[in-house]
Design a protein around this ligand. Structure first.
Ligand code: SAM
Ligand code: SF4
Ligand code: SF4
Length: 338
């Protein structure tokens, strides 16, 4: 099979997001609220989770179909035992140009050297506030700020390039936009603001809690003027801006108020091996079943190709047009990976 497949609206398959666990040591209210993901929640048992061998085999198949970038996510990916081993094996796949992970940073201080040794060069760390009280409220009382900042520092010191993700929720942490921007401008890490999204069914999302891209830009721009800069590549999720008095940049991921479905080239595979072609999907396709059957790589390749060829997902565009499917049962972000 040659490189490159297109979906129904001509979008190539280029990025693969692999969730390696549905578990997390945080309970962020916008993702895994404690009252739903408390002690009785039916997390995946280990026999249901793809092994590293299965994940590597699948990644090779995706690479043959055009994938060049791989992001490891979760749940909290650093909870997955021996994760550096997986990074090492994925890094050895020819044609994989970029591997990164998204983490809440709480275990990063411990793992940063091992991740670097395994070949990782980039990490995205999620941090929603520099204020302990608000951060505790956002993450379900699981971590103080300094733990994550220590992780960021450790990552930086071993040579990992660090980006920071901040989900902005009105009335919860929007007062932290400027302190976060100033702090990471000074510390020279790219900060990306994420509009609070209506992923899953459990966070009680409401449009009234979204701080829009426009508002974020205006608030920062009043104090630290910004200019728009070119995307690094087609399909980049964050719109980039640079402070006019420095070479430091920020990004805004505006999936609610300025959707970017037309260039979405991302496939997601959950820890149990289900393929999702949109973050807001309800159903995934069971690839684990194929991997654990007698199917050849070619047969699995054809199946994935078939699914991608029929893809028409554009949920955020539809939401913007007021046409998003109502009452859809959506997969949880912690299951599918961010
Ligand atoms: N646990 C890791 C972390 O938090 O970085 C990786 C998984 S997490 C699901 C991936 C990203 O999704 C994080 O940056 C998180 O802040 C973001 N996220 C989760 N729920 C969200 C929501 N409702 N709206 C916007 N972003 C969300
Ligand atoms: Fe865990 Fe990440 Fe979800 Fe927070 S956003 S609960 S850290 S998976
Ligand atoms: Fe891609 Fe779905 Fe997000 Fe649109 S809504 S950008 S199709 S993941």
């Amino acid at each position: 099979m040659g490189d490159g497949i297109l979906d129904k609206i001509n979008r190539p398959l280029k990025d693969l997001r692999l969730s390696v666990t549905d578990r997390c040591n945080f309970r962020c209210r916008y993702c895994m609220p404690e009252e739903i993901f408390g002690h009785d929640y039916p997390f995946l048992t280990s026999d249901k989770i793809l092994s590293f061998e299965e994940t590597e085999r699948l990644t090779r198949i995706f690479v043959n179909l055009g994938v060049r970038k791989v992001r490891i996510t979760g749940g909290e990916p650093l909870l997955r035992k021996n994760l550096p081993q997986l990074i090492h094996s994925l890094n050895s796949i020819e044609k994989v140009e970029d591997i990164s992970i998204t983490t809440n940073g709480s275990l990063l201080k411990k793992f940063a050297p091992l991740l670097f040794e395994a070949g990782l060069r980039r990490v995205t760390v999620s941090l929603d506030s520099l204020n302990d009280e608000r951060f505790y409220q956002m993450n379900g009382n699981k971590s103080k700020v300094s733990k994550v900042l220590d992780g960021i520092q450790a990552a930086s010191e071993v040579g990992l390039k660090v980006k920071v993700n901040m989900v902005v929720q009105k009335g919860k942490n929007d007062q932290d936009i400027i302190p976060m921007a100033s702090y990471f401008k000074k510390n020279k890490h790219t900060l990306r603001f994420i509009e609070y999204m209506d992923v899953g069914n459990s966070n009680g999302w409401s449009m009234t809690e979204v701080v829009t891209k426009q508002e974020i830009l205006e608030r920062i721009g009043e104090i630290m003027p910004l200019e728009l800069i070119e995307p690094n590549y087609v399909g980049e999720v964050a719109t980039r801006y640079r402070y006019i008095d420095s070479d430091q940049e920020i990004g805004i991921i505006s999936s609610v108020t300025d959707a970017f479905c037309s260039t979405c080239s991302r496939a997601r595979v959950s820890a149990e091996g289900k393929l999702y072609t949109c973050l807001f999907a309800s159903e995934g396709y069971d690839l684990r079943h194929l991997l654990r059957s007698e199917k050849s790589d070619e047969e699995i390749t054809n199946k994935i190709s078939d699914i991608w060829n029929r893809r028409i997902d554009r949920y955020s565009d539809e939401r913007s047009n007021g046409n998003s499917p109502k009452n859809r049962d959506k997969v949880e972000m912690s299951h599918i990976g961010g």
